[in-house]
Design a protein around this ligand. Structure first.
Ligand code: MD6
Ligand code: FE
Length: 217
């Protein structure tokens, strides 16, 4: 038992928790790498700034997003897709930093998915009140590759459902340094993030940052 106040200063001992068939939580797996990951996020957002994408239905997303890697996930009136260049600048997305690539491959390996080589990393920023409604990640070409999702900063309540939007959802707390690896029979499970509660994180202040690594093409 630890007190919430100390969660991010005294991380849990790293361990694996099953989430569903094909999905595991690697508690504290990214805790040691977190400062380097956050420095890299600052470099990425200096060239590909945070933006609020609009869904094909015309809704402004409350999550602010950017990308790094060979492909970036974007949404606009034309739909959801991966693009090799940032539509804001016309330039390629920032390269995937070496600490990102290494962490994603090691986490996938630890979850039983050897050889994961992400070509896309969606970077998400949550502020208090930001939420992500239930969705499937289905814009990737090869659904055999897992997704590796890294949580940094303020804790969030992750909603994890089934293959139908109406299936009941489990609520899972994801704290700074936790990594979710997600593939196989869970690859198309519906999931989302409940509105972020305010807090003050020693490294991230009032933010939660999520890195979602994919094999897009
Ligand atoms: C987030 N994550 O945690 C949003 N998608 O901020 C996702 O949408 C997600 O964590 C697919 C697999 C894992 C994820
Ligand atoms: Fe997702």
């Amino acid at each position: 038992m630890t007190f919430d106040l100390f969660d991010d200063l005294l991380p849990e001992t790293p361990h694996t928790e099953p989430l569903a068939a094909g999905a595991v939580i690697l508690r504290a797996f990214a805790h040691a790498a977190a400062p380097a990951l956050l420095e890299a996020v600052a470099r990425i957002t200096a060239s590909a700034p945070w933006r609020h994408l609009v869904t094909p239905g015309g809704q402004r997303m409350s999550v602010a997003m950017t990308n790094c890697g060979s492909f970036g996930w974007v949404s606009d009136a034309r739909g959801y897709r991966y693009e090799p260049a940032d539509p804001l600048s016309g330039q390629p997305w920032p390269a995937m930093p070496e600490p990102f690539r290494t962490l994603a491959a090691e986490a996938a390996q630890a979850a039983g998915f050897a050889g994961f080589a992400p070509d896309a990393c969606l970077v998400n920023r949550y502020l208090p009140g930001t939420r992500l409604s239930l969705h499937q990640d289905r814009d990737e070409r090869d659904l055999r590759a897992p997704i590796v999702s890294v949580s940094l900063g303020l804790p969030a309540t992750f909603l994890f459902g089934g293959l139908q939007r109406t299936d009941r959802t489990a609520r899972v707390r994801l704290a700074h340094g936790d990594v979710v690896v997600w593939g196989g029979p869970s690859r198309l499970a519906y999931h989302g993030v409940a509105p972020l509660a305010d807090g003050d994180h020693p490294l991230c202040g009032h933010e939660r940052i999520n890195l979602t690594f994919r094999r897009a093409r």
